[in-house]
Design a protein around this ligand. Sequence first.
Ligand code: FES
Length: 163
Amino acid sequence: MDLKPETFARIEEVITHYPTKRSAVLPLLHLIQEDAGYISDSAMEWVAQKLELQPINVYEVVTFYPMFRRKPIGRRHIKVCRTLSCALMGGYRTCEEFKKEFNTGLNQISPDGEVTIEFVECLASCGTAPVVMVDDVLHEKVDCAKAREIAAQIKRKAEGQKG
Ligand code: FES
């Protein structure tokens, strides 16, 4: 499985926090998704082996919890809040703007491979709605103009990394 050495180290450490290995299944899956962006079939098999479980046990956990993704995502992950305050303040329009900017739909990888845009529930910053997270960074009061600015920053950074 292709993960950063730090992730493997964290996995080893997390397992020691539990009296029985199998109890570490959720934290391990979170660590893998944080690093790889999604949970692949080989990741599930790897976790099963690591925790002395059957692959079906891990598969059941992954498919039960909606926060686990089964497909790869773009290099950057744009999460647009769609809960009440953000929805009322224009979150849906913000999302449309991102989709237009990256020429993509929801939950897909944009044609340039750069982003995946997703709706999420409340990001606990309702007073500054509409709110968007790009990877781990929270952006507040993201109207359409600000969405275009954020998109431009992402594109500039992507260009910089190519050159
Ligand atoms: S409703 Fe969007 S952050 Fe709470």
